[in-house]
Design a protein around this ligand. Structure first.
Ligand SMILES: [Zn+2]
Ligand SMILES: [Zn+2]
Length: 255
């Protein structure tokens, strides 16, 4: 299926997640994707959370100083159909509780869903602001205050709508010996990118959040212009919150 999966040696089976640190000690491969990204597991520890019990797996990479994380619930190594969420870092949303986006809700909902099942995996990717970085994301917010939508603001700063890239995630899944994943996503582009990188995506689990009054326009723009599949719950002060509003993806999609 893939033309890019390297013969990486990172899929060598070991008995436990903890043993991956020793296995990866000298790991180095020709890497994944256009930038030949190679990651190495550096540390594994227990991480009890308010959503349930996880183990946290720390990865370093050979391209930049960013440490990526995996949160693992249950036994995932060697498994098929592992419910998996890829979450891209959003400091303003994940940490500060910003209402400009729905990242924190997406993260918390994913961790709840994953912890409730037999097994699950969340990859926390350090690619802030859909890959454009924190400062540029803040600049884009400022442009949006002048009337541009989220897509046009990124384009005005010289970026594509979405600069995220999933080679790191593909390598992380291989490092964790995950055979196939059921992806929690509304974004078909994410599935296509992962498949191109050799990841076996065996299914999709819908992951739709209820918009708030501040991020509704942002979410509708993602659906209308970036191809996200969403059915919105109507937000209003009255008792109409269960009416669904469908926004058709695909019209005006840019890449
Ligand atoms: Zn590697
Ligand atoms: Zn966000």
């Amino acid at each position: 299926m893939s033309t890019t999966t390297p013969d990486c040696g990172s899929s060598k089976h070991v008995a436990s997640l903890e043993a991956l640190v020793e296995r990866d000690k000298d790991h180095d491969c020709k890497g994944y994707g256009a930038h030949n990204v190679c990651v190495r597991i550096e540390a594994v520890a227990q991480l009890p959370t308010r959503f349930g019990s996880f183990k946290i797996v720390g990865f370093s990479n050979n391209r930049d100083g960013k440490d990526h994380l995996a949160l693992v619930h249950g036994d995932i190594m060697g498994q098929i159909d592992v419910p998996t969420r890829l979450h891209s870092e959003c400091l303003t949303g994940d940490v500060m509780g910003s209402l400009r986006c729905d990242c924190r809700e997406q993260l918390e909902s994913a961790l709840e869903k994953l912890a409730a099942g037999e097994r699950g995996l969340l990859l926390y990717m350090r690619q802030e602001g859909r890959g454009i970085g924190l400062m540029n994301k803040l600049r884009a917010y400022a442009l949006q205050e002048q009337g541009l939508d989220t897509v046009d603001a990124n384009i005005a700063l010289g970026f594509r709508d979405d600069e995220r890239e999933y080679s790191v995630a593909a390598h992380m899944l291989s490092s964790l010996n995950v055979q196939s994943i059921q992806l929690l996503t509304n974004n078909p582009n994410k599935i296509a990118q992962l498949q191109q990188l050799g990841v076996n995506v065996s299914g999709r689990i819908e992951h739709v959040m209820k918009p708030n009054e501040i991020n509704r326009h942002y979410l509708e723009t993602k659906a209308a212009r970036s191809g996200h599949l969403m059915t919105f719950m109507k937000m209003s002060p009255e008792a109409e919150q269960n009416d669904s509003v469908v926004v058709r993806p695909g019209s005006g999609t840019r890449t």
